[in-house]
Design a protein around this ligand. Structure first.
Ligand SMILES: Cc1ncc(COP(=O)(O)O)c(C=O)c1O
Length: 391
């Protein structure tokens, strides 16, 4: 059976095999300490659910405008202004099926075969695949734990060629939890000032999950005309299954993405958009409460992993992931994760999925008891590996 050639370029998710093995263990009645999910363990706050239920009861069950209901687009611009002092008008917004579709729409509307997209590595799994689906080429900029997995302005400057069309900037980052400081963001923006052909996509889906003293700084402040901002409701409001996100920026690009979306998915589920509207316009206390819970869990998980001989684990400033370097164990990330699951029943995600085979990802969006017991098991596992290594 011959499928379309565009699929030859992309690889299935490497995270799947560990997830399948973990669910097989669970099916056999074996307890698994699971740190693999990239989603909040909290339920969506009740006022948001109630707003969606009210919308359903009020008959908000029809097709809507492709780019989103006007009230939600307005609320998105209001919040960006209030929270980050970013100024947009509603015609610069498209509501999408999650941040994922915002990114996909953008890549499809902006990229041509032969063009290059610069992606700091480790990266969120779908960036390179989307770039390839658009026929363009991902150019990776490697980073290490010693520099908190952040690129330097020099790295960016050296990677730009006449074929560079887009720079993907994700802060706070998945999988590393790294947050670029305002000074670091300004320095990267300064490099881009000299290259007006390069667009920037700022994936800010974790912007509200950030731990003081770190602050969120959007690159859109420095490059307002060339930045396309992606965000969504999945992470900050625990709404992963609702599939609501958005893309904000240049009107012509937004119009193009609406054209594409009009022929693919059309509008995002109408009553889900009313839930999202409540999320943005209601009391933001739920976001702060979840952030506080993540902050405590981050310290708990970090306490274990940073004191584990054989691991190097920077303290992340945002999102809900730890990304320890496991090179000293001598195992590939897949071997590490498969053996950890088999021998200690702990599920992590192999770093190879994010372009970093020397690392593994632990999501601490889970309860503190699981974190304490699971991390202790990781410690025991690594100690066992190191004891076996020749001195
Ligand atoms: C960095 C990053 N960007 C985008 C997304 C997509 O989010 P959504 O669920 O809104 O499509 C995710 C989800 O894991 C993510 O981690």
């Amino acid at each position: 059976m011959e499928l379309a050639h565009r699929l030859d370029q992309i690889t299935p998710s490497l995270t799947l095999s560990i997830a399948q093995q973990a669910s097989e263990l669970r099916r056999q009645g074996i307890k698994v300490w699971d740190f693999s999910a990239g989603e909040p363990d909290f339920d969506t706050p009740l006022p948001i659910k109630e707003a969606a239920m009210r919308a359903l009861q009020a008959g908000k069950t029809k097709y809507g405008p492709v780019a989103g209901i006007p009230e939600l687009k307005q609320a998105i611009t209001d919040r960006l202004r209030q929270d980050y002092n970013l100024h947009y008008s509603p015609d610069q917004v498209i509501v999408t099926n999650g941040g994922k579709q915002a990114l996909y729409n953008l890549m499809m509307c902006l990229l041509n075969p032969g063009e290059e997209v610069i992606i700091p590595s480790p990266y969120w799994v779908s960036y390179p695949e989307m770039v390839r689906l658009a026929g363009a080429e991902p150019i990776f900029l490697p980073t290490t734990w010693e520099r908190d997995y952040k690129i330097t302005p020099l790295q960016l400057a050296e990677a730009i060629t006449p074929r560079t069309r887009l720079f993907v900037f994700n802060s706070p980052a998945n999988p590393t939890g790294s947050v670029y400081s305002p000074t670091e963001v300004a320095a990267l923006a300064q490099v881009l000032e000299n290259h007006p052909q390069v667009w920037v996509v700022a994936d800010e889906i974790y912007s509200q999950i950030i731990y003081p003293p770190a602050v969120h700084c959007s690159i859109a402040h420095y490059l307002p005309d060339r930045t396309l901002l992606v965000s969504g409701f999945a992470k900050a409001y625990a709404m992963t299954g609702w599939r609501v996100g958005y893309l904000v920026g240049n009107r012509e690009i937004i119009k193009a993405t609406a054209k594409l979306q009009g022929h693919s998915t059309s509008n995002v589920c109408t009553f889900a958009q009313y839930g999202a509207l409540q999320a943005l316009t209601g009391d933001q206390g739920c976001v702060a409460e979840m952030r506080q819970a993540y902050a405590e869990r981050r310290h708990l998980a970090y306490k274990f992993l940073s004191t584990t001989a054989g691991l190097h684990c920077p303290l992340p400033q945002g999102a809900f992931y730890l990304f320890p370097d496991i090179s000293q164990t001598g195992l590939s990330s897949l071997e590490f994760c498969e053996r950890l699951l088999r021998e200690k029943q702990v599920a992590l995600v192999p770093g190879i999925a994010f372009g970093a085979d020397q690392c593994v990802r632990l999501s601490y969006a889970t309860d503190p008891t699981t974190i304490a017991e699971g991390c202790q098991r990781v410690q025991e596992f690594v100690a066992g590996l190191l004891a076996l290594q020749p001195q």
